[in-house]
Design a protein around this ligand. Sequence first.
Ligand SMILES: Cc1cc2nc3c(=O)[nH]c(=O)nc-3n(C[C@H](O)[C@H](O)[C@H](O)COP(=O)(O)OP(=O)(O)OC[C@H]3O[C@@H](n4cnc5c(N)ncnc54)[C@H](O)[C@@H]3O)c2cc1C
Length: 399
Amino acid sequence: MVDFALAIELDETERAVQETARRFATDVLRPLGADLDKLPAEDVIADGSPLYDAHKQFRDLGFAGMRLGEDMSRAQKARLVCLVGYELGRGDTGLALGLGGSTFPAMVANASCNPELMAQFNYDQIGCWAITEPDHGSDELDVTGAASATGLNRGRGNCIARPDGNSIVINGQKSAWVSNGTIAETAALFCTYDDGSDEVKHGCFLVDLKDEGVSRGKPTDKIGQRSLNQGEIFFDEVRIPAENMVAPPDRYSDFTTMILTRANSSMGISFSGLAQAAFDEALAYAKERKQGGVPIIQHQNVKGRLFEMFRKVLAARALNWQVCMQNFTTADARLEYAIATKVTSTQTAFEVASEAMTIFGGASIIRDHPVERMLRDARISMIEDGNNDLLGLMAADRF
Ligand SMILES: Cc1cc2nc3c(=O)[nH]c(=O)nc-3n(C[C@H](O)[C@H](O)[C@H](O)COP(=O)(O)OP(=O)(O)OC[C@H]3O[C@@H](n4cnc5c(N)ncnc54)[C@H](O)[C@@H]3O)c2cc1C
């Protein structure tokens, strides 16, 4: 079977995985996302919440770290990552991002090539990527200061790790935006490293969040992606083994760039899925809703609007596939391309969801309507993993 949008032929395994992902997205993620959207942030993560069952199903299906493709080549695995990520984003982006974000510590452990860390920080846990801080958002991601007006002056962080014999001791906090922040069992922690020198340095650490001294803030209440838990993590004299420093200061910039490249590529996948979902909803409605004696799709401006939506979704998806296949299969992954697909997909998702609202007319403004939720989800994606405008400056600096 040929996927016309991507101009690729899917083999039998790929078709089966795509079908499984589509069913999981349609039967589980879409209705669950709609239900969690209505709940207070505390209830989304309460004991017994179906959120945890979605995490379990994600793991059982082999999607966490794409373990079901373990015996495959890098290119084959990359294709599955793209196919599955797109379907899950089409189901519910808040959940898709929470499930994907939970794999960060395992991904970082794999990058360390340390078998003990790989065993301890694995895909069976809910993890998080803790990088931004109350006083450090954009500057934490813009590690080279590419977008900075004044030259990079990140100052001292809100979260500081210091060496102490064979341990590293962590104090401070991460921001209220950390995805899975209040439920994560493990963290890939990117923070200031104070080795006693005058220089401001940074490192990346793997932290078991069950360790003594770790506490959490309240889950963040927000306008979109309400099915995605976010919140602060606090560290009070948290002691971890020195080996858990995965990226020391001299590797920090390259390491952060590598992780951001991965994260932005994945954001592109999920939000091309949301854009497609918004288009699908609008198209179905345009065929069904009658005004002026005919289904509204018969009206020329509705047709024209649908074509514009179709064109944008197609372009976002095609770019995303190209970038991900390149970035996930080469040792020389490129951040600027990942940013191009993240910005294109999130901007497209926002525009297409907004156009979908126009096609739904008054019906779309009713709270809990699928497309009003998609619009809210898409809007905050333009800030997630870096504000789109800042990311653009970072990309251009690499030309
Ligand atoms: C849904 C969602 C999920 C998230 N998940 C995570 C997560 O898992 N882990 C995590 O650690 N964080 C996470 N974040 C945080 C996110 O990465 C930050 O919100 C983002 O990087 C912006 O940082 P800030 O909010 O501190 O804004 P600021 O950095 O204060 O920026 C505010 C405004 O100023 C602009 N600006 C700031 N500095 C510059 C500059 N140098 N040049 C040009 N413009 C600039 C920005 O573009 C923006 O418009 C998430 C955020 C969202 C919305």
